[in-house]
Design a protein around this ligand. Sequence first.
Ligand SMILES: Cc1cc2nc3c(=O)[nH]c(=O)nc-3n(C[C@H](O)[C@H](O)[C@H](O)COP(=O)(O)OP(=O)(O)OC[C@H]3O[C@@H](n4cnc5c(N)ncnc54)[C@H](O)[C@@H]3O)c2cc1C
Length: 376
Amino acid sequence: MKRAFSYWESAHVIGPIDTLIVGGGIVGLSAALRRCEMDSNERVVIVERDALSGGGSTKNAGFACFGSPSELLSDLRQMSRDEVIELIRKRWRGLQGLRKLVGDREMDYRLTGGIELFRSEEDALSSACLESIVELNSLMEDAIGQSPFETLAPEELEHFGFQGFSVAINNTLEGSINTGKMYSTLRSMALEAGVLILNGLTATGFSLEGDDVELHTDSGSLRASRLLISTNGFARELLPELDVSPGRNLVLLTEPIPELQWEGTFHMQEGYVYFRNVENRILIGGARHLDASWNDTSSSPPSEVRAHLESLLNRNILPFRAAKITHSWMGYLGIGMKKTILSGKLSPRVGYTVRMGGMGVAIGNAAGSALADMID
Ligand SMILES: Cc1cc2nc3c(=O)[nH]c(=O)nc-3n(C[C@H](O)[C@H](O)[C@H](O)COP(=O)(O)OP(=O)(O)OC[C@H]3O[C@@H](n4cnc5c(N)ncnc54)[C@H](O)[C@@H]3O)c2cc1C
């Protein structure tokens, strides 16, 4: 027999529902919080497939970033200068908004700087970035009124104990957060505002029923006055026409390294690889450029991806000491042809906001609020 919620469940435990949100990541939680702020009597329910969140929101690296030199040069090849400025501004303002909402202390926000590192064999890319520093600072001036890029002298790089890096460019305004604390705070705020979060429930489709929307799930159907979809990389499961795919990312974390002297967030290889200090462990992840089937959600990345990350860790980042990997996990980005948020209305009662790329820490909260505002 088809699974169905009982009358008690749908009428008195879960509903009656005003706003249903599919996806309990940063965007879904932010949309829920915004709906409660608009009307504290509104019944808001989030349907989330995972135990916590199955995409990027609890799996990410916690970079509070808004543009490394090679990333911006790549953006300038694909978008107009004005579009790049707009994206930087969104990321920058989004970060300020997240800091205000969650609080720096609550999510361990640190203004560490974000350093892009180039190995000796990456000369062409490092030269292009060095030659463009003035232009990139002027781009930042136009976007946020500050010039954050500066090169690090070789002796400034020395105290990190790295090996094989010839050029380093710092974005002095980037920082880091504790991803777990940020998510936990957002989730607590939503629960306190009265949001019901139904974990372990998968949405399989939806239909418009008179003035209502019916959401079909693997445990039965739910009715609501409005439906907001924030499933990011997985959005095509419900909205197959959208240009967004899940991009898998492997993350490795070492055992604690008591003698680790540095803090900071580091980007490499056009942002495909990233690493940082997390509570005196090294977190390293990415290398999606070596993963030919990066959008396959049914399997793990090929062994070359892990081997590449481990090789960078052992040869370049921590060359004088072996460190055991104690944790590894996978997360999913939402990626499409364009590096912009994909947002729209399917009817006056159904809206979506997806495709956060690798920028969701910065833009996710503002994107969620805008999604909530989209539907009356
Ligand atoms: C490894 C990794 C590192 C990253 N590092 C950074 C970083 O350092 N800085 C940064 O700014 N960004 C980073 N990102 C990106 C950032 O995490 C994402 O952009 C952000 O979390 C997106 O939030 P979201 O709410 O849109 O999507 P998600 O967090 O992906 O949430 C979508 C949710 O929808 C749920 N869902 C999907 N389909 C269904 C369904 N049918 N029914 C019910 N639920 C469903 C999923 O389980 C998921 O929880 C990283 C991402 C990854 C994967």
